[in-house]
Ligand binder design. Structure first.
Ligand code: PMP
Length: 366
């Protein structure tokens, strides 16, 4: 069977070159005589993979020296708890900007440990999350231990096009669905975390980039596995790390470096997203409810306006090799996740399919 264009919100496409390299090294990695899957995490081969993954990520994202890079487990959802457990002071107060389901979940988890204030929300009464709230310093409590945002809202197709000014309050960002999609200034954030399964690797590893001075004050009840200090002191190997995922992440980082890094990735992503958004703006068959200035580069949500037609679209698209276009169950419609490894040709094929579908399925107008 031919490989399809997979528009899944995650796990999602990986670069073909990376899959082929992993395939070539699957049975025997280098001179080790074994697969990375079978290798001791304390072996020199694996330690080199881990150190190489960190070095490549640092280079790609231009991560300053005063930040630690941790490879953790439990997905981004586990960071919803790890962040408050590690960053709260005795004041135990944290501010959250709620711009979608994941930031809402993060705030709900933090409420177990902190006095949480919703500094801003784009949910409102109708909870459509179709925009990103504008904020100023005045929106945050001066004594908050941190401010948390979700930089790209996977479900609703919105992203922050600005970095909130939080003054001296550490800014924490969930970048699960946009990490490595374009350059960002890491120094503007106190902590960035991201599950791997969109732009980095198979599911199973979570990247945490945290300013060193914020490490070491975890709540004494913090599980060892969530304690950033323990993780940093043990080079992310307090226990057995997700070796295969870290190996795959390294291959993806190296692939990104080989194509020209995040500037080039941004250029490719913008070209892909423009193709789809320009088409959406240029016709009347499909609608999109997302505020134009908050559009995501990674997740594009659109509707026919008729649930049956939406279902037909997703089914016929899948049969044409365009898989996983059904929107999130809470939103409906369609969602095209066009992460780093979705080729331009995949989006071209999608737009062509959308045009044909609109022609073949006219909507009744009264
Ligand atoms: N944050 C965002 C922005 C996400 O898109 C997701 C998953 N889709 C999560 C958090 C949860 O990630 P995980 O499944 O790795 O816990």
């Amino acid at each position: 069977m031919e490989r399809v264009y997979n528009f899944s919100a995650g796990p999602s496409m990986l670069p073909l070159e990376v899959l082929e390299k992993a395939q070539a090294e699957m049975l025997c990695y280098g001179e080790s005589g074994m697969s990375v899957m079978e290798m001791s995490h304390r072996s020199k081969d694996f330690m080199d993979i881990l150190a190489g993954a960190e070095a490549s990520l640092r280079k790609l994202m231009n991560i300053p020296d005063n930040y630690k890079v941790l490879f953790m487990q439990g997905g981004a959802s586990t960071q919803f708890a790890a962040v408050p457990l590690n960053l709260l002071s005795e004041r135990k107060c944290a501010d959250y900007i709620v711009s979608g389901q994941f930031s809402k979940k993060a705030a709900t988890e933090a409420k177990k440990y902190a006095d949480v204030a919703i500094a801003a929300s784009s949910g409102g009464a109708n909870t459509t999350f179709s925009t990103i709230p504008e904020t100023t310093r005045a929106d945050f409590r001066p004594d908050a231990d941190y401010v948390h945002i979700c930089f790209n809202n996977t479900i609703y197709g919105t992203k922050f096009h600005y970095i909130p000014d939080t003054g001296n309050i550490p800014l924490v960002a969930d970048m699960s669905s946009c990490i490595l999609s374009e350059p960002i200034d890491v120094s503007k954030f106190a902590l960035i975390y991201a599950g791997a399964q969109k732009n980095v690797a198979p599911a199973g590893v979570t990247i945490v980039i945290v300013r060193s001075d914020l490490i070491g004050n975890a709540d004494p009840k913090t599980p060892a596995m969530l304690d950033y200090k323990l993780m940093a002191e043990n080079d992310s190997m307090y226990n057995t790390p997700p070796c295969w995922c870290i190996y795959m992440a390294k291959l993806v980082f190296d692939w990104l470096l080989s194509i020209g890094g995040l500037e080039e990735m941004k250029r490719r992503n913008e070209r892909k997203a423009s193709l789809l958004y320009d088409y959406l703006d240029d016709q009347h068959y499909y609608t999109t409810n997302v505020d134009k200035k908050c559009r995501s580069l990674m997740n594009v949500v659109f509707f026919t306006g008729d649930a049956e037609l939406d279902a037909k679209f997703a089914k016929e698209a899948a049969a044409a090799g365009l898989k996983n276009l059904k929107g999130h169950r809470s939103v409906g419609g369609m969602r095209a996740s066009i992460y780093n490894c979705m080729p331009y040709e995949g989006v071209e094929k999608l737009v062509k399919f959308m045009k044909k579908f609109a022609e073949d399925n006219p909507k009744l107008t009264l």
